[in-house]
Design a protein around this ligand. Sequence first.
Ligand code: AMP
Ligand code: ZN
Length: 113
Amino acid sequence: MENCIFCKIVNREIPSTRIYEDRRIIAIKDLSPQAPVHVLFIPKDHIPSADNLDESNSDIVAHVFSVIPRVAAELGLRNGYRIINNCGEDGGQTVKHLHFHLLGGKKLDEKIV
Ligand code: AMP
Ligand code: ZN
């Protein structure tokens, strides 16, 4: 997708620190980490947001969630972590390409709003 920053990262037109990749997704370090570990799981296909998921494409979410425990273990997140998806304007989504934040490495604030 033209002018989509995460599509450009997937296509290596913009550099990133990749910590995981397979046929369908990449995981990169967030540029502005909000916790000691802050990784973004990004499907290679351009899906604008979680609001654009349906029966035809939602299997990617299961795939992301099947990879997260492995990556979390490799990153040493033995005490737990938080997975966040921001969706749309009110959800605080700034990059309009579906992604999931993995946050951890410290005791996170219990409040999420
Ligand atoms: P969201 O607000 O949920 O859309 O999250 C977008 C995230 O992408 C933010 O946490 C940004 O810090 C992160 N981000 C934006 N540009 C880049 C980039 N070039 N490389 C890595 N992370 C980025
Ligand atoms: Zn995109």
